[in-house]
Design a protein around this ligand. Structure first.
Ligand SMILES: [Mg+2]
Length: 268
């Protein structure tokens, strides 16, 4: 998930508190995460998912090339990608939780990321190689925490997406926010960012970090011209800020209550 998810336990514990910190599907009611079964099945075992990723990264190549051709400035150019469910596939982590009838926990996530077994998502490694062929630098901005730096560098390398530490910007817990704005600004100081890629709209702008009852649907509409041009969004039905907003950010509610809120919300 879930660098960002690792943080959620801290948020729940009151260690981290910020309006910019996304929530995840962490649960504390002891119910297994069976609601993830269909989403994880689709993500991991459907040809449609693979086609979506290939499609997205093909579009990313086209957008990057066009944006590079249109850029007349002198700064070095860059593309910024999220990691989890953007270039690395952590669906086995979700599957293992369900198989073990366990809920998400920070320790479970850290045990998974320590295995360094996440595979590259379809099209991701090819896109990164393409960007570098164009002379565009590749930065990763992820909410994995600093403690995960070495394992993440090794996992990216084994998945065919090696990067040096200077191009990997992780979540510094001392900043007390997992919002990516500061790290995006840091890259922008020295580089022209031509394209962002992620599975969460917060990977593009913090406007989507804390969504109200309108669920930011109107914001997505207002930014419609950016999608496919400045930001490539990848499909993640397993977790994300979209889900937390539906629960009014009360992610600690019992599963039955969250299911009721979801059903009540749906158009029928
Ligand atoms: Mg992600």
């Amino acid at each position: 998930m879930k660098g960002l998810s690792v943080i959620m336990g801290l948020v729940a514990a009151g260690i981290v508190a910020t309006s910019c910190t996304p929530k995840t599907n962490s649960q504390t009611d002891g119910e297994p995460m069976t609601h993830l079964l269909l989403a994880t099945g689709w993500f991991q075992q459907s040809a449609e998912m693979r086609a979506c990723y290939y499609q997205s990264y093909t579009l990313a190549k086209m957008a990057l090339k066009e944006n590079l051709q249109n850029y007349k400035g002198t700064k070095p150019t860059a593309v910024v990608l999220d990691i989890d469910e953007t270039v690395l596939d952590n669906s086995p982590f979700e599957a293992k939780l369900m198989g073990d009838r366990q809920n998400y926990s920070d320790s479970a996530w850290m045990a998974w990321s320590a295995r360094e077994e996440a595979l590259a998502l379809p099209g991701a490694a090819e896109f990164i190689a393409y960007a570098r062929e164009l002379g565009v630098e590749v930065f990763f901005i992820s909410n994995r925490i600093l403690e995960e730096r070495d394992r993440t560098l090794r996992n990216l390398a084994s998945a065919g997406m090696a990067v040096d530490s200077a191009h990997l910007l992780l979540y510094d817990l001392s900043k007390k926010t997992s919002c990516k704005d500061e790290r995006r600004s840091l890259v922008s100081e020295s580089h022209e960012i031509l394209l962002f890629i992620g599975d969460n709209l917060g990977d593009y702008t913090s406007l989507f970090d804390r969504r109200d009852s309108r669920l930011a649907l109107h914001l997505a509409d207002s930014l419609r011209d950016d999608f496919g041009r400045k930001f490539i969004i990848l499909p993640n039905p397993m977790y994300g800020e979209w889900e937390n907003a539906i629960y009014d950010h009360n992610y600690k509610l019992p599963m039955a209550e969250k299911n009721r809120m979801m059903l009540d919300l749906l158009r029928k």
